[in-house]
Write a protein that binds this ligand. Structure first.
Ligand code: FAQ
Length: 311
């Protein structure tokens, strides 16, 4: 009966063990996972656009090969995550339709434009850096398929972060114009990167329940702090200034104090009014529609193959 199932579910969580697709789970646990994993998958897929913007204009063959490989990795991450989400009883088709119709979200960060090649480096350093800070703890999330997909994704994101940092380091060793290009890029991406962790804990409707269910292992503010502490020495080494006058080491807390992002801007971007929201969704919808013939052909082929007797 239901009470025994709930008890068993609670015991698995208490042991920090995994819930697997065939296990009983509360409907709200399932719905929360679908929401978070779908949003995560969509972020990877929409996240291909800002960097993809520079593939045809990479400054060398080497940089072009690196960028192509990175963007392809992001497609792969999206596919593992859609597969993880499908184990909860929703199809990739449904999820894609919810994305292009605006019923499901993706990360705010991908609604900002990429204006220079330095942005490729800054996205690797700060955006992949924030993704790692957020996702390493998710390797221990309570839902098995999600946690396992995070392990491989985190390994690849770490590599992406290194390539971004290496690109910026190379530019910082270049001309004054290149150094200025890096600083300008960091100035634009720092605050949006801090917004990736979500609203402050006091203003985060989902954190408490998601922590209780072991879906999230840390709060939004804890992860934001970790990211700031990790980025400050990297910025110093690089020779760039982080655009926050309130950023200062607090010896008592053993952490950096820092300013708050513009939460009004965050709300606007999340509700569709960011600089590139309309463009990102229109591009994704067009790509989905252009792919209809491939899906139709694959479906027709599968139907015919299963109808034919096997020799
Ligand atoms: N953007 O109550 P909370 C990547 C929404 S990394 C948009 O705190 P929650 C790699 C939130 O959904 C990026 N929406 O929510 C890459 C909720 O609305 P809802 C993807 C946001 O879920 C790098 C509402 O605000 N990573 O793609 C954002 O407990 C480079 C209230 O918020 C992940 O998705 C935001 N920034 O915590 C690719 C990580 N923040 O759904 C290409 C997994 C919050 O109720 C290039 N996700 N919202 O309508 C998570 O860890 C969590 O879902 C949070 C939000 C922390 C993002």
């Amino acid at each position: 009966d239901e009470t025994a199932l709930v008890e068993q579910f609670e015991q698995v969580l208490a042991r920090h063990d995994r819930i697997e697709p065939r296990d009983w789970m509360p409907e709200k646990y399932r719905a929360t996972l679908v929401r978070q994993i779908a949003q995560h998958a969509h972020s990877e897929i929409i996240g291909m656009q800002p960097e993809g913007n520079w593939i045809t204009r990479a400054p060398s063959l080497r940089r072009k090969a690196i960028l192509l490989a990175k963007v392809q990795d992001e497609a792969g991450h999206g596919l593992y995550l859609y597969s993880a989400c499908e184990t909860l009883g929703v199809s990739r088709q449904e999820l894609t339709e919810k994305l292009v119709s605006g019923q499901q979200k993706y990360s705010s960060i991908f609604n900002y434009p990429t204006l220079s090649y330095a942005d490729v480096g800054t996205i690797g350093w700060l955006v992949d850096g924030a993704a790692i800070a957020n996702q390493v703890p998710l390797c221990r999330t309570s839902y098995g398929p999600y946690g396992r997909s995070m392990i491989r994704i985190c390994k690849e994101e770490s590599f992406h972060q290194r390539q971004g940092y290496e690109l910026l380091m190379t530019m910082m060793r270049g001309s004054d114009a290149q150094r200025a290009m890096v600083q300008e890029s960091v100035d634009r991406f720092w605050w949006p990167a801090l917004m990736m962790f979500g609203p402050p804990d006091d203003d985060s409707p989902n954190t408490a329940q998601s922590m209780a269910w072991g879906i999230k292992r840390d709060t939004n503010d804890e992860l934001r702090q970790k990211f700031v502490d990790m980025s400050v020495p990297q910025a110093e080494r690089l020779g760039v200034t982080l655009p926050d006058p309130d950023l200062v080491w607090n010896a008592e807390r053993g952490h950096h104090d820092f300013g708050q992002p513009d939460w009004e801007e965050f709300r606007a971007v999340v509700t569709g009014a960011g600089p590139c929201n309309a463009q990102r969704i229109a591009h994704r919808r067009r790509a989905h529609e252009d792919g209809a013939w491939v899906r139709d052909a694959a479906t027709a082929f599968a139907a015919r193959s299963s109808a034919e007797p096997v020799e």
